[in-house]
Write a protein that binds this ligand. Sequence first.
Ligand SMILES: *Cc1c(COP(=O)(O)O)cnc(C)c1O
Length: 449
Amino acid sequence: MSHEEFAPRRDHDKDAQTPDTYPQESKRAVRTRMIHGVGRTRKWDYDHHVVPPMTSSATFRLDSAQRGAQGFVEFGHLSAEDEKHGPIYIYDRLDEPTRGMLEENLAVAEHAECAVCFASGMAAISAALGVLAPAGRHIVSHRTLYGCTYSLMTNWLPRFGIETSFINLIEPDAVLQHVRDDTRVVYFETPVNPDMQLIDIAAIRREVDVINRNRREDQRVWIVVDNTFASPYCQRPITLGADVVVESLTKAIGGFGTDLGGVVAGPKKLHDPLVLYRKDFGGSLSPKSAWPPLVYGLPSLGARMANYQKTAHHLARFLEGHPKVEYVRYPGLASFPQFELAKKQMTDEVGHFAPGSMIYFVLKQKSPNDNVGERLIDWIAANSYCITLAVSLGQIKTLIECPYTMTHAALPPDRKADDGLIPGGIRLSVGLEDWHDLIAELRTALESI
Ligand SMILES: *Cc1c(COP(=O)(O)O)cnc(C)c1O
């Protein structure tokens, strides 16, 4: 094997085709493109690989001091890289090929101009907010959030003078009432983790457009959506009006539960500040952790999600019909309170309804202090074969947890109650098991408590 065969493309590869010049690629369905990737990438000589390589090089050999200097000057200037040649790799924390290829594919999946990967979902969320909300500015956020995001906004961002107002964005016009001159970000998840409420992205866009109409570019309000629960298979927030998507690669995109990761996807002008932020705060996704989502996660997302959804539908209908269940929240059920919005907002690339793999349900209590949810979870932890008590989601194994005391422990109790987050609420992340087996186990568990 020649050295060249395994070398990143160099600037002397003048005839290297860029993604834009690979003619058939953009005509293919995204599901196909997630398997074949950005076929001609300047990040690596792909011609001799069927599977993209897992690179493992903390530092890169430079041909001359001049080239090294050029690399440092150009880092964080996408235009220089784009127009003149591929990236000049210097050091893994700045940029490197495996992560770069994952970023190109994630940008395609999210319909974004660019994507920048971080060491975890939380590293991605803190970078997006760090870039978009300078010190002393204000964030408007939906009141129910992933616990660590809530903790970031209440424990750490205030140290930079960044204040967050937690409001109910289920009513989009609440934005207008709470936005201030110093507001820079409107932030939310949809579906909301864990209660599965939906926030109407297009409606929030209309509100924020009114606010931005009279603002200078550097004072505009950005819409940031955490797309972790839906995944780009079920929803592309940027096509619905969001400016920026953040998500955890640890969940449905990674899919196999092997590695942590996160991504910020958005307009090209955010690429440079995001990679410069990552360089200095240091939360770079390791190439060894970029490789599983690149090779296993994204290519199988379509097949997994199509299967998860069918199973989720069977499980949601079974739970809804069970006498011990108070209510079920799954966007695919006709009884879902925001069913019309779900059908409009959650679709796959070809427009089919794609309500996802997450279910939230609440059991009937026998008495006011009966923590029936915890009893069910404990029964499953002790007896179940194919349902696992564990946090995280979007994996090939079905996972169950109790958000009140686990993932959402950081939220104050009164806020949890506002959104039906009660001690007996249960979050189910549907996996790839045979759905008959999952229903049989849920039935036995419900009968046993
Ligand atoms: C898990 C999760 C995160 C955080 O991602 P990590 O990869 O665990 O850091 C953020 N948002 C939502 C909705 C999540 O479920």
